[in-house]
Design a protein around this ligand. Structure first.
Ligand SMILES: C[S@@+](CC[C@H](N)C(=O)[O-])C[C@H]1O[C@@H](n2cnc3c(N)ncnc32)[C@H](O)[C@@H]1O
Length: 252
């Protein structure tokens, strides 16, 4: 289930747009060794492997043993090595990679600065680190009753989204504090014009997300989803969410 959700998200045109921004700022080249930190299904790791080619390679590290196994099953023969591990305690030597990609992972870790410190440690001086993360506080809807939207947003912020709900907009300051140079910070505002498109990325409009995950006061989820469906039917549904792409160069 997690695998299918991740794969569907990765195929969404708005997530692909975010990834293109990340790709352009990381600027991977042939022959590099790259780390995909929190690699999920491994799709980005394989994309990066296509760029670094036969003389380079990609280390795909994820905390979840089952996702790592699924990523191995999806392997396409490119130069990717899949490892189970924690981005906050990487089992890799210092200065061993030319660059790092870390997409929508730090919002889930307890200590993002520690994880960033690990990514810097394993990256050679002059290497690039590309962090991509969501600012869940930016989530907004139009086309739904205003009062209801506010109640639902307040609920999802506290109960539904990852604990580090503001991670995206904190990335730049974290890299500044870590001493990285040549920073770029790009907020990509993802637009969802139908409930079906939004449901791929936003669990709070996905009718398949069950009541127990919502943990809402009785009836709120159903009332909200009925409004989402009605807005979709009338063509007035709109959702926006900003995902940040922040990249910097390791000094030295
Ligand atoms: C939203 S998914 C993103 C996966 C992938 N980067 C992508 O963009 O498709 C978050 C991923 O972070 C992984 N993750 C969470 N905490 C982690 C940690 N401490 N170390 C390594 N991976 C972690 C999860 O297992 C999951 O695969």
């Amino acid at each position: 289930m997690v695998l299918e959700v991740l794969v569907a998200m990765g195929r969404h045109p708005e997530i692909q747009r975010v990834r293109r921004v990340g790709y352009d700022s990381l600027r991977p080249t042939a022959g590099q060794r790259l780390l995909d930190a929190g690699s999920g299904a491994g799709d980005v790791a394989r994309l990066l492997a296509a760029t670094v080619g036969g003389d380079g390679d990609v280390l795909a590290v994820d905390y979840s043993a089952s996702l790592t196994a699924a990523a191995v099953d999806r392997h396409d023969g490119s130069n990717v090595r899949y490892l189970t591990g924690d981005v906050s305690a990487l089992d890799l030597p210092d200065d061993c990679v030319d660059g790092v990609w870390c997409e929508r992972v730090l919002q889930h870790v307890d200590d993002a600065d520690r994880a960033i410190g690990e990514m810097i440690r394993v990256t050679r001086p002059g290497g690039r680190i590309c962090l991509i993360d969501t600012d869940w506080d930016s989530l907004a809807f139009d086309g739904m009753p205003a009062g209801l939207g506010e109640v639902v947003l307040a609920h999802v912020r506290g109960n539904f989204t990852p604990r580090q709900h503001d991670m995206g907009r904190t990335l730049r300051r974290r890299l500044v504090a870590s001493g990285l140079s040549r920073l770029t910070a790009t907020p990509v505002t993802c637009f969802f014009g139908t409930p079906e498109s939004a449901a791929v990325v936003l669990p709070m409009v996905n009718p398949q997300v069950p009541e127990e995950v919502w943990a809402t006061p009785p009836g709120l989820r159903d009332e909200w989803l009925a409004c989402v469906e009605a807005a979709g039917a009338s063509g007035t549904f709109l959702a926006v969410l900003t995902i940040w792409v922040v990249t910097g160069t390791v000094p030295g």
